[in-house]
Design a protein. Structure first.
Length: 245
């Protein structure tokens, strides 16, 4: 049996990820990464030797270890789905320098600056999204599950690693989101939405955070979803949305 990476096999891989209830962003990322591996193979069949060469090639190209691991994790997952488990490669640990950058947190004062600056510049949605991500065990891709209907139930139900997970919505956040929804005339469905009703795009949110950092006088490198999520809750109070009360 051949081990070429074909369009049909990539499609089968995509369907497999959908069956596993992976998020749209994860599916897109994994599929893109497999296409990168396909380009590297340049028409050759996949083998353990090719996988090891691919790993070395990524390193020689100067990619950070965290990025290399993301590419290889997708490749390993693809091998699992195809039944080529003997081709999987070991992921190397992330360098200490990279880990240190990853763990850098937004200080309490900078957190306050970001939220206040957003509110003062009529960016209530952005301020609320920052606080929701800080105060709830919620991934960015799961924000679309924060709906008017979920507010009534007081919780969100999502799927992680093929298991259902219930995430409680704090009462203070429920009250603010209700106020926001009423003001924006959102009667049902997703709360954090575009003018066309679609979920907020990750890349657009990232751009908005970067711009907010500039306005607030906060380091731009802290303007990422990862930094927003990596906070110590005791030091980050929830600031109420009082403009429309």
């Amino acid at each position: 049996m051949s081990t070429y990476i074909t369009k049909k096999r990539i499609l089968d891989f995509t369907i497999s990820l959908q069956i596993q209830h992976r998020s749209i962003n994860t599916i897109t990322s994994y599929t893109t990464n497999i296409q990168k591996l396909e380009l590297f193979l340049d028409g050759d069949e996949l083998s353990k030797e090719k996988m090891l060469s691919y790993k070395k090639w990524l390193s020689d190209k100067g990619f950070k270890q965290r990025t290399i691991n993301a590419y290889l994790a997708a490749a390993n997952q693809f091998c699992d789905v195809m039944g080529w488990t003997e081709m999987k490669v070991v992921l190397d640990p992330v360098n200490l320098d990279e880990t240190g950058k990853e763990k850098k947190q937004i200080s309490s004062s900078n957190y306050k600056k970001l939220v206040y600056t957003a509110l003062q510049n009529d960016k209530e949605r952005l301020a609320m999204m920052i606080q929701v991500l800080c105060h709830m065990d919620l991934r960015f891709c799961e924000l679309e599950k924060l709906t008017v209907e979920a507010l009534k139930k007081g919780e969100i139900v999502t799927t992680r690693k093929q298991r259902y997970k219930r995430i409680e919505i704090p009462e203070v956040i429920i009250e603010d989101l209700r106020t926001y929804a009423v003001h924006e005339q959102i009667n049902k469905g997703i709360i954090f939405r575009t003018s066309k009703g679609s979920p907020i795009d990750r890349s657009n949110f990232r751009k908005d955070i970067k711009k907010l950092c500039v306005l607030a006088g906060v380091e731009e490198e802290l303007g990422s979803i990862q930094h927003v999520k990596h906070v110590v809750l005791d030091d980050y109070p929830y600031y109420r949305l009082k403009k429309w009360e």
